[in-house]
Design a protein around this ligand. Structure first.
Ligand SMILES: Cc1cc2nc3c(=O)[nH]c(=O)nc-3n(C[C@H](O)[C@H](O)[C@H](O)COP(=O)(O)O)c2cc1C
Length: 192
């Protein structure tokens, strides 16, 4: 698969094969990929919590999925993530750490895709309860949780519709579509 096709394939995934749970070595692989990412000043401040099994099941209800899909209440039993990766940063770290965090999150999403796993980067979660559950040290903040599992959902990028809406949506068969702005709108100037 060429690289553009691979990046397009690496869509957010919110439905998983719960009967094929990820294992510790799967999460270790994702962190192994993440640890080779660029980092401002090469400070490498992002830390990880690998979450499987019962703790994953306890973390799930603290996370919020696809707020734009009004008549879907998040993954139902049988299609829930089987693992989470918590991404942490030191409390009061510099803005540059957030750039590192984004690079790490996308690298994990790409790495997950390479294995047939799906990934949903989640910022909307109950931070206090999640930090308690995962026993996060006082000096660190849980910034993102990545929901993970074997992907079963069909997801595609599409052009932005005539209405201009950027909201993702599903068709009657549950296929998920994500409008992406055209290249010509994104490149605001070209110096040749
Ligand atoms: C920083 C960040 C935070 C996100 N938080 C959530 C979230 O809390 N819940 C969720 O369901 N999706 C979340 N997403 C996934 C976005 O909704 C998704 O990236 C967007 O709909 C575009 O879809 P795509 O990733 O397939 O391109 C988040 C994505 C990013 C990058």
């Amino acid at each position: 698969m060429d690289f553009l096709a691979f990046v397009k394939k690496a869509r957010t995934c919110r439905r998983f094969a719960e009967d094929k749970p990820l294992q510790r070595q799967d999460l270790d692989f994702l962190v192994e990929c993440a640890r080779h990412t660029p980092s401002a000043r090469n400070a490498q401040e992002v830390r990880f919590v690998e979450v499987l099994s019962e703790t994953s099941a306890k973390l799930f209800p603290l996370t919020h999925w696809a707020m734009a899909l009004k008549d879907w209440k998040g993954p139902y039993a049988g299609e829930r993530p089987t693992a989470f990766l918590g991404l942490l940063l030191p409390e009061n770290c510099s803005e540059l750490c957030l750039v590192d965090l984004g690079i790490v999150a996308q690298t994990v999403q790409l790495a997950a895709t390479s294995k047939g796993f799906g990934c949903c980067i989640i910022k909307s979660f109950d931070q206090k309860k999640a930090e308690e559950l995962l026993e996060i040290p006082q000096t660190l903040r849980l910034q993102l949780v990545l929901g993970l599992g074997v992907a079963v959902e069909m997801r595609f990028c599409v052009d932005v519709p005539a209405s201009g809406s950027l909201s993702y949506y599903r068709d009657k068969d549950g296929v998920h579509y994500v409008p992406k702005r055209p290249l010509e709108e994104l490149v605001i100037r070209r110096f040749d």
